[in-house]
Design a protein. Structure first.
Length: 503
């Protein structure tokens, strides 16, 4: 089991002109549900389709069309909730959030304000070995996404693409438990990793399938602890919300800028106005978008076209029973079963494909050696060509076979790297390649001795020096390795050289 005794990371402290300030951050993450069909229609969600080709009548808000809830999207939200150890609400309901969205023809968004499908949960965000923050999740609700307005195709007209209109989103709302820009990025990364494991959101930030509204405030040291003790929000500073961030780098830069901006205002004796802001990546600054709206401004009311959503505990239990092993568990198991370091286990569990690859190689072999080869050789080589693990030309069976040849003493580590390169570029069975190309390590001490004798006979002056200075033995070892094309067993060479030099 995962050891949950971890140290809490220090909050980021920014030194203002007058005093120290701490950051308080809460995130509202919008995650597109992985589903072939939309939340309330059967239209496809395929990315990159011809504009307006994936639009059902209900998505276009044709008169008389009614929404029909997609059971699979509900299951995905439940699955996500369970993955975040959250309470699942057996009764939830949909509300209309009234707002003019030019790319949502209904004129309102169907969301869940009053009764979300998922309640309180948590995400463990690791900031280093044994250092982690427990970020509380307040709720997850299901809602519709809007379409896309396109303003840069024509000087006089705007276009609208409704393909995304009505696609299911999960809005995952955290408590203000995040204490720095790096933590915020790590939190988003961890959420994304968990959802990728669960198969509930592909986490593709470039396509906008995962984006975050980032709430930032600053407070004096000690204030946050007071908030934790009392649960009283008012001891925290006034926050601003930075909308729609879809890059880890920009999330960090925006938080940093925003915190400094607020500190500047406060130290000048002013007060922060609660508002929604946008981050401009070119200028590296946030600027006001609109003043903060309240829930009542949206005239929320229960959607009369949809009955309250009732699900059964047995169905939830079924989903719970089918959950895959999640990142924290997998990492802990890799450390325990394969003796991996915290770092190696983190790298190898970052993606499910990489984890599965590693396990296939490590099963029945030396786990640490397998981790070294997968991380340093395979990942390193793939990275050179900008390939993902899914594109690896070396199968786990092939890499495993290379490790077996090393373990048996058939090849040295150095030769193994050459062999890996051959398998990577040409394919083939590693053992057969070794046999066919004469790459086998020479362990025959007679042959090694002969090679050592030859080097010694050819270099009498070096021998005299090495006899008094044992450090010079390394030169002889190097010469023997060179003479044998790197195939001599290094351990045997070392021993024989030492003996011949009288060490
Ligand atoms: P609202 O009801 O105005 O939407 P919420 O209480 O739902 O506000 O909070 C919205 C988001 O803002 C949550 O992610 C929450 O963690 C975050 N948040 C609340 N207070 C603060 C604060 N003082 N500083 C930073 N983030 C905050
Ligand atoms: Mg809110």
């Amino acid at each position: 089991m995962l050891d949950l005794t971890f140290e809490t990371p220090k909050p980021k402290v920014i030194q203002g002109a007058k005093s120290d300030w701490e950051l308080v951050i809460g995130l509202e993450v919008h995650a597109q549900v992985s589903s072939n069909a939309k939340l309330f229609s059967g239209a496809s969600t395929a990315f990159g389709a011809e504009p307006n080709s994936n639009v059902a009548f209900v998505d276009a808000a044709m008169p008389g069309m009614l929404p029909v809830i997609n059971e699979f999207c509900v299951a995905q939200a439940v699955r996500t909730g369970l993955g975040l150890k959250a309470a699942i609400n057996l009764v939830s309901a949909f509300d209309r959030k009234n707002y003019f969205y030019p790319d949502l023809p209904q004129g309102y968004q169907i969301s869940q304000l009053y009764h979300p499908i998922v309640g309180e949960g948590e995400v463990i965000v690791e900031m280093g070995p044994g250092v982690a923050r427990r970020v509380r999740i307040e709720r997850i609700h299901l809602e519709q996404d809007a379409g896309k307005s396109i303003h840069d195709m024509d000087p006089n007209m705007s276009f609208v693409d409704l393909n995304r209109t009505g696609v299911a989103l999960m809005e995952i709302v955290s408590r203000p438990d995040i204490r720095g820009p790096e933590e915020a990025a790590s939190y988003v990364a961890k959420l994304r990793q968990i959802m990728q494991y669960l198969g509930t959101c592909d986490g593709n930030m470039q396509n906008g399938n995962l984006r975050a509204d980032v709430n930032v405030s600053v407070c004096r040291p000690g204030d946050y602890e007071r908030y934790q003790e009392t649960g009283d929000h008012s001891v925290l500073g006034t926050r601003c919300e930075i909308k729609n961030m879809n890059s880890m780098r920009f999330i960090q830069a925006a938080i940093d800028y925003e915190a400094r901006r607020q500190i500047g205002i406060l130290e000048d004796g002013g007060s922060v106005t609660q508002e929604t802001r946008l981050y401009d990546p070119d200028k590296g600054e946030t600027r006001p978008m609109r003043s903060k709206e309240e829930a009542h401004d949206y005239r929320y009311f229960p959607d009369p076209d949809l009955l309250p959503l009732e699900i059964e505990q047995a169905w939830v239990d079924e989903i719970a029973a089918s959950l895959p092993e999640l990142p924290d568990q997998k990492k802990a198991r890799f450390m325990e079963d394969f003796g991996l370091t915290d770092y190696d286990a983190s790298v190898l569990t970052a993606e499910t494909e990489a984890a599965a690859y590693f396990e296939a190689v490590a099963e029945g072999r030396d786990g640490k050696a397998a981790a070294n080869w997968v991380i340093n050789e395979l990942f390193g080589r793939l990275k050179k060509e900008d390939h993902s693990i899914a594109e690896t030309p070396v199968t786990p069976a092939q890499l495993g076979a290379i490790l077996d040849l090393i373990a048996k003493g058939d090849i040295s580590g150095k030769i193994a790297k050459d062999l890996f390169e051959i398998v990577y570029t040409d394919g083939g069975d590693p053992a057969e390649i070794v046999a066919a190309r004469g790459m086998k390590q020479v362990t025959d001490t007679g042959a090694i001795e002969a090679a050592v004798d030859e080097i010694i006979a050819a270099n009498p002056a070096q021998v005299e020096k090495a006899k008094v200075n044992p450090k010079l033995a390394g030169w002889f070892v190097g010469q023997v390795m060179k003479a044998t094309g790197g195939k001599a067993n290094p351990k045997a060479v070392n021993e024989i050289v030492a003996a011949k030099l009288g060490h």
